[in-house]
Ligand binder design. Structure first.
Ligand code: GLN
Length: 205
């Protein structure tokens, strides 16, 4: 089984560790460079992207992680983690940086405020067995994606009651090589198939 790290500086680390274990990976928290060097893949969890950005710099993990991503380390970023994987960011704070690696523009807090959080079922390319149960919590979306980026999921045109959706068509899951990003949290709904997809990406890399 691959050893998959979860960046454990801030955010919902435990839920990702549990989801990874449930699909057969050996899951370990990563806070130090030596721990980063020992993993076959890494999850960047949801949380607060500005805080994780700051802590990456404080812990001296930002440059090593950039280098690891450039070197082909498989990385899955969820929500704040998706922001960290994006090459460009809209509505970030003035000094906010990302790790980059994925040729996308993300818009932070794109769906609105905390009260605008929601759960929904989403058809996701590369995931069999029906739509994925997802949670959007003050989530970003991908506003633009480069030609090398495979779009895996978009917000549907209507909700389950047939009403039009404001964010219709927005990209909320994408893959570029061994980098995977979702605007949503699959780790808190009990649906571990996105983690399963990530483990298969690690196996194939
Ligand atoms: N709004 C948060 C940010 O900007 C992300 C929220 C989340 O990860 N659930 O980082």
């Amino acid at each position: 089984a691959p050893t998959v790290g979860v960046l454990a500086l801030q955010g919902d680390v435990r839920e990702h560790l549990a989801a990874l274990e449930s699909v057969g990976a050996r899951a370990v928290p990563v806070r130090r460079l030596t721990e980063l060097e020992a993993v076959d893949g890494l999850v960047l969890p949801g949380g607060e992207s500005t805080t994780i950005d700051n802590l990456l710099r404080v812990f001296g993990l930002d440059e090593p992680l950039r280098a690891a991503i450039k070197g082909g380390l498989p990385v899955y970023g969820s929500c704040a983690g998706m922001i960290l994987l994006a090459d460009r960011i809209l509505d970030g704070t003035d000094d906010q940086r990302t790790l980059g690696g994925m040729d996308v523009v993300v818009r932070r807090n794109a769906f609105g405020r905390q009260v605008d959080s929601f759960e929904t079922d989403l058809e996701t390319a590369g995931i069999e067995g029906g739509p994925v149960r997802t949670a959007f919590i003050r989530a970003p979306w991908i506003e633009e994606a480069g030609p090398g980026v495979e779009v895996l999921a978009r917000i549907p045109e209507t909700d389950t009651l047939g009403r039009p959706v404001a964010a219709a068509g927005r990209i909320v899951a994408a893959r570029q090589g061994s980098l995977l990003a979702t605007a949503f949290h699959p780790e808190i709904t009990g649906d571990a198939r996105v983690h399963g997809l990530f483990v298969s990406i690690i196996a194939g890399s």
